[in-house]
Design a protein around this ligand. Structure first.
Ligand code: DUC
Ligand code: ZN
Ligand code: ZN
Ligand code: ZN
Length: 473
């Protein structure tokens, strides 16, 4: 048992002084003023600290086979790094090979994830369509705790699905009470622009953003919103990086459509000037999709979060070390796409969001934890500080500063996209399932201690139910 004493509890709804008692079962046993420590209970002094629900990163790719290599953070190192930054749960993606059984792929990901140090859930990607996929979506939602399916509108010839697959899959998910996630970039346009750039001799990392301009994302976002709209299905768009996609979501919501948008910490603070780096390897480190954008897009993303039109923040945490990134030195289309971020999301959001006045403390909790828990149907078990909830907490020091660097981070990758950024707002302690796993610089993450979190579907009559459950998100 662990008593967190003397802190200020901040949730998405309220802020106030309270102690939090974490029970031996890993759940919150009591929240209130001046709680007594039961005999044998450890006490953690939270004086001067904010006690918030642990962060949830709804978008990570641990040890993912991708573009001829495998992302370098595995489920242990990646989730441990998350704990050091105040993130106590991830939702990773099962990525089945096209034509393969999505159920077998899910089982394979569950095996890989046995080593996770924090709790985790799994979205399952749909990369092709046939009767087996139709049937296995049913099994995954009924028996495996999966309530979300992912679709790539980009990566032509690999993960990309066309509109026919989107229609079938979104319709099937609706029938099952599951939510569809979409990577919105027009993969045909990307393939066309890539070939055109290579033909013109543009081979360096600078070609990456040129092959994926904002219109490519805006078009795909509008198209999938239209498809979901005609089916009457809710939709979650991952890594919204442009004002075009933000506008498409905002307009759909104004029409009454339930569309949710996720923003990456990286896109909020890094712009496309990184591709001008004279060192080609440094420029390659920033190759991710969608790419970094001209600065004015950041304004739209922050405004989207502040207004509630965009609801969640993530990282798309997908690490590749220098030798992996250098595979594309003569051809930017071969640079494995992805950047690290899980360890720094909370600090970056606090520093650039709360300290600048763009977000309130409660909005910070909403966009780093609670909204994700609600949208993916694990609230109030996750994303809340309430009796019976999992004792996943971050004890936040709003005034402490640190300098982000690959020299000190815990992520298994040899660079950091936020290198040298000084941030105020630091996770001092992290509690995961009642265990004190990050203690002021001491990482006590334990391999395999993370649990798989089953996420129940909404009932097939999801329209009415979602309206109730997602109010305010
Ligand atoms: N984008 C990335 O940058 N990496 C992983 C997959 C994706 O869509
Ligand atoms: Zn993506
Ligand atoms: Zn623009
Ligand atoms: Zn991703």
């Amino acid at each position: 048992m662990l008593l967190v004493r003397g802190g200020t509890v901040v949730t998405a709804e309220t802020t106030g002084r309270a102690d939090v008692l974490c029970g031996a079962d890993g759940r919150i046993a009591a929240v209130g003023l001046d709680l007594e420590a039961p005999v044998g209970c450890a006490v953690l002094d939270a004086g001067g600290l904010l006690v918030m629900p642990g962060g949830i990163d709804p978008h990570t790719h641990m040890e993912m086979p991708f573009m001829g290599t495998v992302s370098s953070d595995d489920f242990y190192t990646g989730t441990a790094a998350g704990l050091a930054g105040g993130t106590t749960m991830v939702i990773d993606f099962v990525i089945p090979e096209r034509g393969a059984s999505i159920l077998k792929a899910w089982k394979h990901w569950r095996e890989k994830a046995q080593k996770a140090a924090s709790d985790y859930g799994l979205h399952v990607a749909i990369t092709h369509w046939d009767d087996t996929v139709h049937a296995e979506m049913g099994i995954l939602t009924r028996d495996c705790g999966v309530n979300s399916f992912k679709h790539f509108m980009a990566y032509k010839g690999a993960l990309m699905v066309d509109d026919g697959v989107l229609l079938r899959s979104i319709s099937r998910a609706l029938e099952l009470g599951a939510l569809c996630n979409v990577h919105a970039e027009n993969g045909d346009a990307v393939a066309y622009l890539q070939a055109d750039l290579l033909r013109k001799g543009v081979t360096g990392a600078k070609g990456h953003p040129l092959s994926r301009p904002p219109e490519v994302e805006g078009e795909a976002a509008q198209r999938v919103i239209a498809i979901a709209g005609l089916l009457g299905a809710p939709l979650y768009i991952v890594h919204v990086s442009t004002e075009e996609a933000t506008r498409a979501i905002t307009e759909a919501r104004a029409r009454g459509q339930r569309v949710y948008g996720e923003v990456l910490a990286q896109h909020l603070v890094i712009d496309d000037s990184v591709y001008d780096d004279p060192d080609p390897l440094r420029a390659a480190q920033y190759v991710m999709s969608p790419p970094f954008r001209p600065r004015h897009h950041q304004k739209a993303l922050w405004a989207g979060l502040a207004s509630g039109q965009l609801q969640t923040t993530a990282t798309d945490h997908c690490c590749f070390c220098a030798p992996q990134k250098s595979a594309g030195q003569d051809d930017f289309t071969r640079i494995p796409n992805g950047t690290p971020g899980i360890e720094d999301r909370m600090s970056v959001l606090w520093h650039h969001g709360v300290r600048t006045g763009r977000l309130t403390m409660q909005e910070f909790v909403a966009v780093t934890s609670t909204n994700t828990a609600k949208i993916f149907n694990i609230h109030p078990r996750k994303g809340s500080v309430s009796v019976g909830a999992d004792a996943d907490l971050v004890l936040w020091d709003p005034d402490a500063s640190r300098t982000i660097s690959a020299r000190t981070h815990h992520q298994n990758v040899d660079y950091n996209v936020f290198e040298g950024m000084e941030v105020t707002g630091v996770a001092r302690h992290t509690i995961s399932g009642g265990r004190h796993v990050w203690a002021d610089g001491d990482l006590r993450a334990v391999r395999g201690e993370g649990r798989y979190v089953e996420r129940p579907c909404f009932s097939p009559d999801m329209t009415a139910e979602l309206r109730r459950a997602w109010v305010g998100v």
